[in-house]
Design a protein around this ligand. Structure first.
Ligand code: PLP
Length: 352
């Protein structure tokens, strides 16, 4: 049945071994596996949880709820909504936090459930997404956690290269280390977990420039697609092709490449910008923008080029290839593409 995403668990196992070895060599004791790209796909997560990662981390509590039976500590990656804290405490062992109001609500929920919940306080060192800005006083946030008998200060962390595209370096990660030292001396405590970012921090491995105090990372893309995300380089020795999308041809026709008539809007409300390449050997595949953006696909069949897509149709130029309805074409995916494909219930998943 198509469209279908084929997942090679052996390639992922190899990626895990390679990544976890590099982590170990660079002082990363806790490598959290970020599962959000899997959109709650349990069969794969059960396997991944045996690969040696310290935690499963996901941005959606719904996904962590689906992974409840998988015996590994769980982290909610996105700051909790105040209205979801009961579910967060029930189904996650840790959450990233940056708001006093939410921390207090989490304490209340933990007290109600008679549980202790771990808090990782987030600090923004320049990327300008979540976290207390590094120039602010961390005291009130820390004090709120310490005043909460059902919460423990499990760690501090930062996130980079998400909104602002800021690359982790010694200077911005140094800000996190400075915050750690400030908190530890002011409150006479030791912070167990120093979470120094995501797949964009992996580029620091090569040069040994990851500050030695960073002992944890939260990794998605580098594991799934073998790519660091500071500069987008493939990581040597890792598999970039554990996920292959296959889709079926429903029409093949030779037609002009340039539409005939006055051009208004396409089905997504945009004015199409189409290049005239003369007559074209075109195929339509039964998959569309409801499942994946065409720009996130990499054709794997020689000579095939993506032309465009509407919500349920992907148009490709077959070039000199022959093709007929029922033939199947294969595509690699970038990370946003993989996220969308995993989220689409119309794309079947096959785990090998
Ligand atoms: C807070 C946080 N940490 C880590 C990650 C993982 O990022 P990456 O896939 O680049 O490793 C994400 C995003 O998925 C995130 O939002």
């Amino acid at each position: 049945m198509y469209p279908r995403l084929e997942i090679d668990a052996n390639k992922l196992k190899h990626n895990a071994e390679h990544l976890l070895k590099s982590c170990q060599e660079n002082g990363i004791r806790d490598c959290m596996l970020v599962t959000k790209v899997l959109a709650g796909y349990r069969p794969l997560v059960r396997r991944l949880a045996t690969f040696g990662f310290s935690h499963l981390a996901d941005s959606r509590i719904e996904n962590l709820i689906r992974f409840q039976a998988v015996p590994i500590p769980k982290v909610l990656l996105r700051l909790p909504m105040p209205t979801e804290v009961s579910r967060v405490v029930r189904y996650a062992d840790y959450s990233l936090q940056s708001e006093i109001l939410t921390i207090k609500a989490t304490e209340k929920a933990a007290a109600r459930l008679g549980k202790t919940h771990g808090v990782i306080l987030m600090f923004d060192v320049g990327d300008l997404r979540e976290g207390l800005f590094f120039r602010e006083d961390p005291g009130p946030l820390v004090q709120t956690v310490l005043d909460s008998p059902h919460l423990c200060l499990a760690g501090i962390g930062t996130n980079l290269t998400c909104y602002g595209g800021i690359v982790p370096d010694e200077e911005n990660l140094g800000r996190l280390i400075f915050i750690k030292q400030q908190i530890e001396s002011r409150f006479s405590l030791r912070i167990p977990l120093i979470s120094g970012g995501n797949s964009s921090s992996v580029h620091l491995f090569r040069t040994g420039r990851l500050p030695k105090e960073v002992n944890s990372l939260r990794i998605g893309e580098a594991f799934f697609l073998g790519r660091e995300t500071a500069f987008g380089h493939l990581l040597p020795g890792m598999n970039p092709d554990a996920f292959i999308l296959k889709a079926e041809i429903i029409e093949v026709k030779v037609k002009p490449s340039y539409p005939i008539g006055n051009i208004g809007m396409n089905s997504f409300g945009a004015k199409p910008d189409i290049e005239d390449r003369g007559m074209m050997n075109r195929a339509i595949l039964a998959i569309g923008r409801q499942d994946v953006e065409p720009g996130d696909l990499i054709p794997l069949d020689a000579g095939v080029r993506i032309v465009g897509a509407s919500s349920d149709h992907l148009i490709v130029d077959l070039g000199n290839r022959t093709g007929k309805p029922g033939d199947v074409l294969a595509f690699g995916l970038n990370y946003p593409g993989l996220l969308r494909v995993m989220t689409s219930r119309y794309v079947k998943k096959r785990l090998k």
